[in-house]
Design a protein around this ligand. Sequence first.
Ligand SMILES: [Zn+2]
Length: 214
Amino acid sequence: MSRKEKIIVFSAHSDDFVIGAGGTIANYSYAGKKVLAIVFSYGELSHPWLKQKVVQKMRYKETEEASKLLKCKATFFDLREGKFMEDYQAKNLKIELLKIIEKQKPTKIFTHSHEDPHPDHRAVHEMTLDVYNELKQKPELYMYSIWNPVSFKTHYPSLYVNISKTFSLKLKALWKFKSQKVHVLYPFILLMYKSIKDGFKMRTTFGEHFFRIK
Ligand SMILES: [Zn+2]
């Protein structure tokens, strides 16, 4: 029996995996690969006036809808924003993540960049490496950028993915995150700038750019 190739994408907040890798995810899943997004926080801080449960439900529903479009699956952990590392240690999340990865046996993992200025994004990067170091079977490890769109000095090799065919799906999936728009809408202009810039590298319309770090 042939086993489907699997890919895991780590995502600090519910919309990060769509912003950073949505087109690539759709490329993979529509080619028959299985993609799992692991979302670490519901992001209650963006709606302090709403009850925690209400925000969680809203985020869960939006993420389900976005995932359906991208044909991937999403699973949530409940880390508090700004306290990712603390909760990661306290909840012994490393064990759970190891279990998931060892069960799924992904060929690739995508995670946040260590140069992303958002502290939760950097925490996820740190957590990823912490878990990765324990893995017996090591998949390829890539990082994507959210808040650091300009290229920086790095010795890591680049991976450019042509997302011209899945870019509209990515946008549609992104529009599902209505609750994020109240407080933090990822600047559309930044997304367009990045997608076109990365696409240009491959002489195509839209692209996504990753660094391979392991
Ligand atoms: Zn985020």
